[in-house]
Design a binder for this molecule. Structure first.
Ligand code: URP
Ligand code: ZN
Ligand code: ZN
Length: 461
């Protein structure tokens, strides 16, 4: 299959220019003015933007969590991602405490193989570290192409590891060239605030928010940064929400540390006032919770200051029936919300269209930096000769409205119902095949490939 895309504005992390792009089989083969090729398909992209396929490095598909499973599986989740211009996701494998990483890997392979439509990789969540797991960490890096290790400083009894385990894990990961990522909130503090609120009879969703004040995230982010400095390991903080946590990272960068930060559209756009609508607030019960307007300003500034490099989604959808598990007790509401489909369009609309970030910054945040940090660049994350032909043709002027009626995620509500957005994904190409056209997904389950990733130490940002 060959495709010639004519006259679009190519946008990379460093420049924008009008050109034609020609793809053959799975790769980009030529970029230039007035290219002459006999292609199987020609697309006129006049007036459109040409982005590298989006990479969402934070999704939870078919994940067991809080007594249930996230409602998108690999098929529905990667299809919805493609509709929004995300051609690759990185999901989280969860080690069961007391069990091996390899057993967890097998479970996630059976969830994804033959089902994924878009490309994917895994982070390995280490929830129980010991000498045997240390050997498996090395095997994950050297043999499986899984080079990032997720840790939780919260969710005690299920996912959390203690600081001793964290430091030992960092030492191994550093030695073999990987990266430690973290959900950075102080689990013990949060658990005690939850218990206090419940003892006082405070059971509605707003108490989820009030049980995770900003300090719980700032403290854990600073502690994580300090442990990274002590071990010399590179690190990545997922789903950062607030000014205090960002300031902890600012301090770490003054020590010249390798610490990367991800935030998510919900923290840039939505705020904690949504928890005031009684049980309706359960739609946005996620951890960490939505914060204040001043935090949104801090996060946008952090992006432009280069302290935040990636925008992921933390896509972790639950049906309304599942959210109702916590109707009498906020601590039983499954944490997470549907987001995988809207990341690229929300970031464009709220960021580029509203003048908060440049086009090149947009591509950094939505694709290139994730490819670099997670060891896939330049195969993924850019429009360049030899790169995978993962391409988004984007109409920057088209206005549309987000709704559960039109989204493709397997979730029966939207966290952005009725929100007007400027800029729409029009055509999506995945490894040289048209994936999305005329709002239809043309690829079938099983098209998505597992992408083996390289070592973080070999990539630059
Ligand atoms: O609320 C969230 N974020 N759910 C998914 C698990 C996590 O902490 O990322
Ligand atoms: Zn998390
Ligand atoms: Zn998450």
């Amino acid at each position: 299959m060959s495709i010639l895309i004519k006259n679009g504005r190519v946008v990379t992390a460093s420049e924008t220019y009008i050109a034609d792009v020609y793809t053959e089989d799975e790769k980009i083969v030529a970029i230039g003015k007035d290219l002459v090729y006999q292609a199987d398909k020609v697309i006129d992209a006049t007036g459109k933007l040409i982005f590298p396929g989006g990479i969402d490095p934070h999704v939870h598909l078919d994940m067991p969590f809080m007594g249930t499973y996230s409602s998108d599986d690999y098929e529905t989740g990667t299809r919805a991602a493609l509709h929004g211009g995300t051609t690759m996701v990185i999901d989280f494998i969860l080690q069961t405490q007391g069990d091996t990483l390899h057993n967890a890997l097998k479970i996630w392979q059976s969830k994804s193989q033959g089902k994924a439509i878009g490309d994917y990789s895994y982070h390995m969540a280490v929830t129980d570290f010991n000498d045997d797991v240390a050997k498996e960490v090395v095997e994950m890096i050297e043999e499986e192409g899984i080079t990032s290790f997720k840790t939780f400083m919260a969710y005690k009894g299920a996912l959390m590891i203690d600081d001793g385990q964290m430091v030992q894990l960092m030492k191994v990961v550093k030695k073999y060239g990987g990266l430690v990522t973290v959900h950075a909130t102080n689990g013990d503090m949060i658990d005690s605030l939850i218990a206090k609120n419940k003892a006082d009879g405070n059971m509605s969703p707003i108490y989820h928010y009030l049980s995770q004040p900003e300090v719980t995230e700032s403290e854990a982010s600073g502690r994580f940064a300090d442990m990274l400095e002590y071990t010399g390991c590179p690190g990545y903080i997922v789903h950062m929400t607030c000014e205090g946590a960002l300031n902890a990272v600012r301090k770490a960068t003054q020590r010249n540390q390798k610490i990367f930060v991800e935030t998510c559209p919900q923290y840039l756009i939505l705020d904690a006032s949504l928890y005031e609508n009684d049980f309706e607030g359960a739609k946005w019960v996620m951890s960490p919770p939505l914060r204040e307007k001043k935090d949104q300003t801090a996060l946008w500034s952090g992006i432009n200051q280069g302290l935040i490099q990636v925008v992921g989604t933390d896509h972790c959808p639950f049906m309304w029936d599942q959210k109702l598990m916590g109707k009498d007790d906020f601590s039983k509401i499954p944490n997470g919300h549907p987001a995988i489909e809207h990341r690229m369009e929300l970031l464009y609309s709220e960021g580029v269209d509203k003048g908060k970030i440049s086009l090149t910054k947009y591509v950094e945040l939505s694709s290139t930096n994730a490819a670099k940090i997670f060891g896939m660049y330049p195969r993924k994350g850019t429009i360049a000769i030899g790169s995978d032909a993962d391409i988004v043709i984007f109409d920057p002027k088209k206005e549309h409205t987000i709704s559960v009626e039109t989204h493709h995620m397997n979730c029966d509500y939207s966290g952005y119902e009725g929100k007007k957005v400027t800029g729409k994904t029009e055509t999506v190409i995945l490894r040289g095949q048209v994936a999305i056209e005329n709002e239809e997904c043309l690829l079938k389950a099983g098209h998505g490939q597992f992408i083996k990733r390289g070592k973080t130490s070999k990539t630059v940002i």
